[in-house]
Write a protein that binds this ligand. Structure first.
Ligand code: ASP
Length: 606
């Protein structure tokens, strides 16, 4: 069919804008053919743009030329419609769309472009084949849900920018082509042609630059910034992702919390949700003891220590010694548990044993316990403040024979087993009443909290040395400074996480601002002086020029938008994501490059 040019046509309205008040007006709409219904002498076209949809009518009797043109339209053709708004007949009013009271009788139709038959249509709701969606991402992004998600992303980012800007933060860009930043993942490298054999690294975070900006006196920095981490493949992980990154001078952790709480409130508001601040706070130690995890899901009760419920004789008979951790997991309002479910719960014990090399959990059948040790069972109910409908599962953590977990450094491991049981049970039994979902879309029950005082170091058994639990610029607690060499495992860091419904949204810390302490930490991490100078010499030097106390945090924007969109994958809120195998199916990346390019870069592929 002959195509028309846009010429100087300008739309008067978006496709979702027309209402009864526009009846009689001349309008110009531009958009895509969403659907065509051909009734012979009458053709109806739904024209669509980002804003919505309007019904166009072509009447052969009134305008044979436009009618003929309309008959040839197909899905996803791009058109311009010039016509008049009129009231729909009562029997064609469509209450499901915003423009459902009116339609446009078209005087002139222009065909701006044709479309091949798309592999799926924007109106298709469930497209099982995600690879197809990603390959034809431009079509996928035409779908309502994706349009809404991307718009939400914009609104959320804008609200965050506004909130931070109002509080005196400046958005400052930092380089993508830089050198390795220590966030613990592998770097993506960019070879230099001008310096053969040398490479830039894409930033895993702007960490060093934002700290330098504090040294430079910018006082409050933020950036909504892409970060790159070459980590092992996992279902919902993106090699490039977006962080809300910030840093401020002279802060206590509380100051950072206030800033984050304010922008999260603004972000949630942009998505129509109210958040109450300040968020509760909990130390890492408390989180581990009460929830068995450092990112507790607060929609469910904490675990309860139940040792008190047993007499010494009970404990001896049950062969529970003082080193074992005894807690009860309570899932509210589960109701009756079938025999099959009881078996499932028992099987969880084996699963936990397989997963944990340090501690396994033994899960007890509470009904059995009620029969055999009624006093203990009553006591447990009391301790847990349990309702008769609640599911109670006592869990005892038992150390693996070869486990070194009884050392002070990883004593928390024994809570992990119980914590995993708690989550597993919650997923199975709380979820069946819609009380608990990972993304929190049920009831929009958003439970946020701060977890503070993380351990400074983690021991790497394989490599036999200490690693920073956050990153090596994190400041130890002032009170733990003297234990850096003697007992690194017990040193607490001024590091914090913000957690939502069991998911970590972001991590940050107060930094080391003194060169002597920074060197001490590098040494505690087993870095030699030449290595230190080679990797971070410039930074250690910068620290010597009047560095103010400073600290900050970074939160994952993708994850926040995902939760607010009620989506179950990051790919639903990133316009052009990569697959779990780090492939972009639309542009087909990565790809091999030409020999010429390799030669220029001085690179040989083995
Ligand atoms: N750079 C850290 C990260 O990406 C965040 C921070 O410490 O501010 O996790």
């Amino acid at each position: 069919m002959q195509l028309d040019f846009l010429g100087d046509l300008r739309r008067t309205h978006m496709c979702g804008e027309l209402r009864a008040e526009h009846i009689g007006q001349k309008v110009i709409l531009l958009g895509w053919v969403n659907r065509r219904r051909d009734l012979g002498n009458l053709v109806f076209i739904d024209v669509r743009d980002r804003n919505g949809m309007t019904q166009l009518v072509f009447d052969k009797g009134e305008n044979p030329a436009a009618h003929e043109k309309a008959s040839a339209l197909r899905s996803e053709y791009v058109i311009a419609a010039i016509g008049h708004v009129r009231k729909r007949d009562l029997d064609t009013v469509n209450p499901n769309i915003a423009t459902g009271d009116v339609e446009v009788r078209v005087d002139e139709l222009k065909l701006l472009n044709e479309s091949k038959l798309p592999p799926f249509l924007p109106g298709d709701t469930d497209i099982a084949n995600e690879e197809m969606r990603l390959k034809y991402r431009y079509l996928d992004l035409r779908r309502d849900k994706m349009q809404a998600n991307i718009e939400l992303r914009h609104k959320v980012a804008l609200a965050i920018r506004q909130s931070l800007s109002e509080r005196g933060f400046l958005e400052i860009e930092t380089p993508f082509m830089t050198r390795s930043t220590p966030e613990g993942a592998r770097d993506y490298l960019v070879p230099s042609r001008v310096h053969p054999g040398e490479f830039y690294a894409l930033p895993q975070s702007p960490q060093i630059f934002k700290q330098i900006l504090m040294i430079s006196g910018f006082d409050k920095y933020f950036q909504i910034v892409r970060c790159f981490r070459d980590e092992d493949l996992r279902a919902d992980r993106q090699p490039e992702f977006t962080q809300i990154d910030l840093e401020m001078s002279f802060p206590q952790p509380d100051r950072v919390f206030e800033v984050v709480e304010a922008f999260l409130q603004a972000a949630f508001k942009a998505a129509g949700h109210e958040l109450t601040a300040p968020f509760p706070r909990m130390t890492y130690d408390e989180a581990m003891r009460q929830y068995g995890i450092d990112k507790p899901d607060m929609r469910l009760p904490a675990m309860t220590d139940i040792r008190k419920a047993f007499t010494d004789e009970d404990l001896t008979e049950l062969r529970i010694d003082a080193s074992m951790n005894m807690v009860a997991v309570r899932i509210p309002k589960v109701g009756k548990i079938s025999d099959r479910e009881k078996k499932e719960i028992r099987a969880l014990s084996d699963e936990l044993a397989q997963r944990n090399k340090e501690f396994a959990g033994v899960l007890y059948d509470f009904a059995q316990l009620e029969k055999k040790r009624p006093q203990a069972a009553t006591k447990i109910r009391e301790l847990c403040a349990a309702d008769s409908e609640d599911l109670i599962v006592p869990v005892v953590a038992i150390a693996a024979a070869e486990s070194k977990a009884r050392t002070a450094a990883n004593q928390h491991a024994q809570f992990t087993a119980a914590g995993e049981a708690r989550l597993e049970l919650a997923r199975k039994y709380a979820d069946r009443h819609g009380a608990f979902t990972r993304t929190g879309e049920v009831g929009n029950d958003f439970k946020l909290l701060w977890v503070t005082d993380f351990p400074m170091f983690e021991y790497d058994e394989k490599e036999n040395h200490w690693n920073p639990a956050h990153h090596p610029f994190t400041s130890p607690h002032e009170r733990d400074m003297d234990k850096l060499e003697s007992d690194p495992g017990s040193v607490r860091a001024l590091a914090y996480d913000v957690v939502l419904n069991g998911t970590e949204l972001g991590s940050g810390s107060i930094r080391i601002h003194r060169q002597d302490i920074q060197e001490k930490i590098f040494r505690a991490l087993g870095m030699s002086i030449p290595e230190m100078k080679e990797r971070f010499g410039f930074f250690l030097e910068a620290l010597e020029y009047g560095t103010p106390p400073h600290g900050g945090i970074a939160l994952g924007l993708d994850r926040i938008v995902m939760i607010l969109a009620g989506a179950d994958s990051l790919r639903e809120v990133i316009p052009f994501p990569k697959t779990a195998k780090a492939v972009d199916l639309m542009v087909d990346a990565p790809t091999p490059v030409s020999d010429v390019q390799l030669k220029e870069l001085g690179i040989k592929i083995k």
